[in-house]
Design a protein around this ligand. Structure first.
Ligand code: BES
Ligand code: ZN
Length: 636
């Protein structure tokens, strides 16, 4: 086996060449000044649900000669501004800015500033401050108790243990600006240090390494020595327990869930070792993770040193571990090699999804090829669903899309994940034709772009220079054309065929047939049914339930698909279960399709659904609330 150690020196030697870039989702003056270090000094207030304190931004002015320019989408000529005069503009969403100070040689001086609520910006006047050295700006502020989109505050009754309140963040894609004033673009990477005080006996976790703890004041200290973009800043505060899964891996969660986590993620060290074998040495020292309350809006979030995971992965049979493999993989693709703006999101998620399937294969010594192919087949199926949901001509079904005036959350779907993974599969299998050569390329790509940012053009150029003899690729169709990919792969495996057969047989599926399938296959089978709208009807679904008792499944990947089928054919029997599910679970992968299905298949029920939503939205994550509102208000 080849192991390629990505040494610290190797990466640092590549240098931090500064280049100008474009980001339609940040108004900050990142082409005039760059934040290089961020220090937080914050207090967590559970009485008013705010964070307050200050942030110190160490900002480096850019001089034109240092920058090499690159455009975003080939076909367009972008104007990239980098002359902001004497102003530092930051992204700032509903923050209460109290004062702004300039700090030099321990002297602090007030700076004047304007907040633009509409544009979500904070403009700081630098007057005639020197443009040649790093400047420290200190901003005293507090977050909004009602409009902070990054934070969810839970009362003690909303937690599993019901004893203490809880708070957690979700900054990707552009919510960091509601947590602190910053250059909220993946193109700017900063190290950070933090001091955070919270009430006893709660614990603070952040996306860095804990460096200190003051027991008297319950103050936690953190440090992240690797420069990271704002979307990877994370914080969580709650009454938490932990368990060491290996010398470098610790799982955190509420006490009542710790045993389940211990079992479900017992093999985490093996996953991380397998990832290192493929991608090079793990660069973040510790790999800890927090299993959150069920309202967490994603399956997982790759916050460095402290991944966040949904508790819906706790299936009790380790059948949903692919998500932790995915988040771990982001430690290389995403957190070391980062898309320069959200239009190139596929460089984060497509690579990660592709590598996730590879690692799952590598972990299975006996059946690796099949396992990888079956995982790729599931991804392809999810891609079909996502393309059908948008409509095959929709611009958001392009691998690279435009985000002018669009919140990336509104364009988010599985397309960039699995069209991206399919594209890399095509490059590996059809264009290069050798898995080991492609693995070598991936390692070299990580060395080349690690601790930097890149866009799609950079990737194409690097691929072409690495494989000069490779046959030509239809980049245009893969990258910039909507709909399913230009090439359909055959991922067929026995695992998949078994499901297809059952889904298409004329006689109803029997209990014995169903019991032969593992959890992933059941989910796959339900997907086949969901993707073939015409064949399913109320009788079919009712018969399936009579034969197989679908209520016995507690695996969320199975439940949400089954519920979607029930809504589609108006099968009332499961309505209570569906509302209970929607009350507790906020993971958008499950919740968005259920609301959308109500809207399109069961319009008579919409008044009830709307009342339910209005009653519960105050307990829901702000990110999820916005996405459900979009679906309930849509016209179809
Ligand atoms: N980084 C994403 C989550 C994300 C993406 C949050 C964009 C906000 C904006 C994370 O790595 C992810 O992809 N999560 C997936 C799970 C994965 C196994 C596909 C999810 O939440 O479903
Ligand atoms: Zn991801």
């Amino acid at each position: 086996m080849t192991t390629n150690k990505l040494s610290n020196d190797q990466i640092k030697n590549e240098g931090q060449s500064t280049r100008l870039f474009y980001d339609p989702n940040s108004l900050s003056s990142f082409n005039g000044y760059r934040i290089v270090h961020t220090h937080f000094d914050l207090n967590v207030d559970f009485d008013s649900n705010i964070l307050y304190g200050y942030v110190q931004l160490d900002v480096k002015p850019l001089s034109n000669e240092l920058c090499d320019c690159s455009s975003t989408i080939k076909t367009e000529n972008k104007e990239i501004p980098n002359n902001y005069g004497n102003q530092v503009v930051l992204d700032s969403r509903h923050l209460n800015i109290k004062k702004v100070l300039l700090k030099s040689n321990d002297i602090e001086k007030s700076l004047s500033f304007q907040v633009d609520i509409e544009r979500e910006s904070l403009t700081i006047e630098m007057n005639d401050e020197s443009k040649d050295s790093t400047i420290s700006i200190i901003i005293h502020y507090s977050t909004s108790n009602t409009k902070c989109s990054a934070l969810q505050w839970l009362t003690k009754e909303q937690t599993a243990d019901r004893q203490y309140p809880y708070m957690f963040s979700q900054c990707q894609a552009i919510h960091a600006r509601s947590l602190y004033p910053c250059q909220d673009t993946p193109g700017v990477k900063s190290t950070f240090t933090a001091k955070v005080k919270c009430p006893k006996p709660l614990t603070v976790l952040m996306s860095g390494l804990q460096t200190n703890y003051d027991e008297n004041t319950n103050t936690f200290y953190f440090e992240q020595q690797q420069a990271i973009p704002s979307y990877l800043i994370a914080i969580a505060v709650g009454k938490l327990a932990s368990y060491d899964l290996s010398p470098r891996i610790r799982v955190w969660t509420e006490s009542s869930m710790i045993r389940q986590c211990q079992y479900e993620f017992e093999h985490a060290e093996q996953f991380l070792t397998a990832a290192e074998q493929l991608l090079g040495e793990y660069q973040w020292k510790r790999y800890d993770f927090l299993v959150l309350p069920p309202s967490f809006p994603y399956g997982g979030m790759e916050n460095p040193c402290m991944n966040f995971l949904t508790p819906t992965l706790l299936a009790g049979d380790r059948s949903l571990i692919s998500t932790i493999v995915h988040e771990m993989t982001h430690s290389w693709t995403g957190n070391l090699v980062t898309n320069e703006n959200w239009e190139h999101f596929w460089l984060n998620e497509g690579f990660t999804s592709f590598i996730e399937a590879k690692i799952l294969g590598n972990l299975d010594k006996a059946n690796g090829k099949e396992v990888r192919r079956f995982h790729a087949a599931q991804q392809w199926q999810d891609l079909q669903t996502a393309v059908a949901t948008w409509g095959a001509a929709h611009p958001y079904t392009c691998l690279v899309y435009r985000l002018n005036n669009t919140d990336p959350d509104d364009a988010y779907s599985s397309v960039q994940y699995y069209k991206g993974a399919a594209f890399l599969w095509y490059l590996e299998q059809d264009v290069i034709g050798s898995e080991s050569d492609f693995d070598e390329f991936l390692r070299s790509y990580i060395i080349k772009f690690g601790r930097k940012i890149l866009n799609t053009d950079d990737f194409i150029q690097y691929f072409q220079s690495y494989f000069p003899q490779a046959p030509s690729v239809d980049w245009q169709s893969w990258l910039y054309t909507p709909g399913m990919p230009p090439i359909t792969h055959d991922f067929s495996t026995k695992l998949e065929e078994q499901c297809n057969q059952l889904a298409t047989q004329l006689s109803p599926i029997t209990k014995e047939q169903m019991n032969m399938l593992n959890a992933k296959q059941v989910a796959y089978l339900l997907n086949v049914l969901l993707n073939h709208k015409s064949t399913i009807n109320r009788d079919y679904i009712e018969q399936l339930d009579t034969n197989c008792d679908m209520s016995k499944y507690s695996n969320c990947e199975i439940c949400f698909r089954w519920y979607q089928l029930c809504i589609r054919v108006k099968f009332e029997k499961y309505l209570d279960n569906i509302f209970e599910f929607l009350k507790v679970i906020g993971r958008m992968k499950f919740v968005k399709p259920l609301y959308a299905e109500f809207k399109s298949s069961w319009p008579e029920l919409i008044p009830r659904v709307q009342t339910f939503f209005d009653e519960h939205k105050k307990y829901m994550n702000p990110i999820t609330v916005k996405q459900i509102e979009i679906r309930l208000n849509s016209q179809n």
